[in-house]
Ligand binder design. Sequence first.
Ligand code: 6PG
Length: 261
Amino acid sequence: MADSRNPSRPVRVFPDIEMLSRAAAEFFVRQANLAVKARGRFSVALSGGQTPSRTYELLAQPDYRDRVAWTRVHVFWGDERCVPPEDPRNNARLARQALLQHVPIPEKQIYPIKCAISSEKAAREYEARLRLFFAGQPPRIDLIFLGLGADGHTASLFPGAAAANEQESWTAAVPRPGQDLDRVTLTLPLINQARTVVFLVAGKDKASILKKVLSGDSDLPPLPAQLINPGDGELYWLVDDEAAVLINETTEEKKLAKTPK
Ligand code: 6PG
C-alpha cells in the first residue's frame, strides 16, 4: 500500500478551531452541492472524537444548513465505539446532537454503526449496508472527515492493528482488549477510494504527531494516518495554529496578506 508521507500535501492552517471549523463546514457544503448536481446524492462519512463537533454545530446553523439539500444527503461514520447509542462516547450520538437532529435529513439516510453487542457482526452488517448503497456504482464516498490521534491513528485504524493492514474488506472490527472499547472502522480499501478526504486537526497536543505524519521517517513503517491516500481523490489537512506550530506552513490569513492586491 503506497503511503503518503508527502510534506507538500495541501495543508491549510487556521488561527483557531473556529476558523478551521468554518472552513470544514464550507467544504461540506461545497462537496454536497457538487455531488448532488453530478449524481443526485451526497455521501459523507463523519469522524468521531471532539475536533469535528464545532463543524457539526455550524452545519446546523442557517448560514450552512440552508445551503445543503439534506434530503439528498447520506450519512455514514468513519468509525464507532461499541457502546450503546445513548453513551456519551458514541460517535453517532455526538453528530446527532450537534447536527442531525437539527436538519431535515431522512432518518433512513443515516447509517449508524450498531456494534454495542458484537463488533464482528456490526462490521459485516456495515459493509453489507455500504455495498448496497454503492450497488452498481464505484464505491466512492464523496467526503470523509478524519481526525488524527496522538499515536498516528485515524478513524479506528491503530498502529500495528490488523484493521490498518486490511486490503480487501471495507470495514473491520477492532478489538481493543483491556485498553479501550471495541470498535468498528472503515478500512483503507474504501477510504482511499473517496472523492475527498479532509483531516481536521487542532490543539497543541497534536503538533508533534502532525509533524511526524506529514514529514514521516521513511525508515519506519508508516502510521495509519500516513496510509490515507485517495488516489483519484483529494486529500486536505485543515489544522489550527497550535497543531501546526512544528510544521512550517503559513496560515491562510498570512498567505492572503501576501497575495498581491
Ligand atoms: C474516534 C475517532 C478518532 C478521532 C481521533 C482524534 O472515534 O476516536 O474516530 O479517530 O478522530 O482520535 O480525536 P479528537 O478529535 O478527539 O482529538
